[in-house]
Structure formats: structure tokens, C-alpha cells
Design a binder for this molecule. Sequence first.
Ligand SMILES: NC(=O)c1ccc[n+]([C@@H]2O[C@H](COP(=O)([O-])OP(=O)(O)OC[C@H]3O[C@@H](n4cnc5c(N)ncnc54)[C@H](OP(=O)(O)O)[C@@H]3O)[C@@H](O)[C@H]2O)c1
Length: 249
Amino acid sequence: MSNLQGKVALVTGASKGIGAAIARELAARGAAVAVNYSGSKAAAEKVVADIKNAGGKAIAVQANLSETGSIGQLVESVAREFGPINVLVNNAGVYEFSPIEAVTPDHFHKQFNLNVLGLLMTTQAALKHFDSRGGSVINIGSVAAAGVPTASVYSATKGAVDSITVALAGELGAKKIRVNSLNPGMVETEGVHAAGFIGSDFEKKTAAETPLGRIGQPRDISLIAAFLASDDSYWVTGQLIKASGGARL
Ligand SMILES: NC(=O)c1ccc[n+]([C@@H]2O[C@H](COP(=O)([O-])OP(=O)(O)OC[C@H]3O[C@@H](n4cnc5c(N)ncnc54)[C@H](OP(=O)(O)O)[C@@H]3O)[C@@H](O)[C@H]2O)c1
């Protein structure tokens, strides 16, 4: 099991779903974890309480990453509490479906402002708090980067995330900072429940088309994030890693 003792991790959007599972997994392996949330204070505090009750270290930090002005304070409060950051998990994201006829500038900006601009500016701000040891940036993309019908905008945000991963891996390698995309297929989370996917034909079709025969659970993703966060993956950078039970979409 990858060891994260002595590491400091910031996980964005960690009050729920995939982000919460990643925060719990990194903390269970010894990292001090900052659990970022936007609106779900109680859920974030529950994640932190569970981590602390299990003997781990965590804090909850509020910041709406769609508003770039709040990002500096987020990373500064993490560094003040725990010291230099070694692991950044850019997980916060929104997904909305819309056929092309119904795409609006609001639909575009809501998703691009968080999934792409928020990710870029959080990375820029967090990198100021990495030290000479370098570290690992894990961008949570999606298999949807391949292009999902009726989700042109969301797919495009995740295509952009993949491009950013490859660009930054090239840019930051000399500083011993690795950058990888971890790209889930459908995962059962609060967000996916709220979107009405669970129990739908879309879920059934996805499970049927998945070689491993089911949709994902948050832990399926968090175990891979723990590997990418750890020094065990020191030779892996610039990779787009599908975590989907073999599903292409
Ligand atoms: N679930 C899937 O099937 C799936 C598949 C592929 C990729 N993904 C990607 O995985 C990531 C997480 O998805 P999920 O299904 O776990 O989502 P989720 O259950 O909807 O949870 C989203 C998390 O992001 C936070 N968040 C939302 N807006 C935010 C903002 N403006 N600033 C900061 N945090 C914000 C939420 O916090 P608050 O509630 O506090 O706002 C929550 O903790 C996303 O990037 C998504 O695109 C998911």
C-alpha cells in the first residue's frame, strides 16, 4: 500500500463523491489533507471528523473555485496549517448535459469556469506552495473527454483538462512535479444521483458496455489517486489514465 506519511494534500471538491473518497484514502495512508468544499460545510466537516476519528490529520477549507478571487486564500490557509503542499487533487467539477439546441453561454461558463479555469488557477496558486521536493498534481478528468452526445460542453471541459495535464507535465517536470489525469467512467456519487443517472437506462447501458460489468464506486478511483499521489508513481507523468472498468465512455 502506497505510503503518504509526511505529505500534505489539497483535494478540491472533497465534501462529496470522488473527492471525499480521495481525501479519506490519502489521509488513511498518512497525508495531512485539506478538504475543500464550496457550499456543503456539514458534509466537509463530516469527512474531516471521520479522518480525525481514524487518527488522521485534516481540515475543511471553504472556497468557491468558480470565483478565481477565492483561490489564493484557499492555498494559503492550507500552507499555513500544514506547511508546503506536495499533492494537489483537482477534483471539483460540475457536469450538465444539454443538446446543442439548448447550449447557452451560462451553461458553457458554469462548466468551463470551474472545470477548466478553476483547475488552472488552483494549480497556479498551489504551485507557489510546493517546495524543492516537487510533488504530484492529479487532475480528475473523465472518459467523457472522448465526446459524449448531448454533453458537448462537459466533454470539452474534460478534453481541455487532458491537454492541460500533458502541457503542465512538460512544463513542470524539471521541478520534479508530476501531472497526470485520472479519468473515471460513471461513478456512483451524490452528483450522479442528483443528475438522475442511477437507475436510468444510461446507467444500465454504461454497466452493460463496461468489461468489468458495473459502474464505478468512489473507492475504485481513490485507490488510483493514492498511487499517483505517492512516490511509488515517481516515473509516471503526463499520463491520461482511464479508471472505468474498461468502459470507453
Ligand atoms: N461521478 C462520475 O460519474 C464522474 C465521472 C467522470 C468524472 N467525474 C469527475 O469527478 C469529479 C467529481 O465528481 P463527483 O461525481 O464526485 O461530484 P459530486 O458528487 O457532484 O461532488 C462535487 C464536489 O465538488 C464540489 N464543488 C462543486 N462546485 C464547486 C465549486 N465551485 N468550488 C469548489 N468545490 C465545488 C462539491 O462541493 P459542495 O457541495 O460543497 O459545493 C462536491 O464536493 C468532477 O470533476 C467530475 O467531472 C465524475
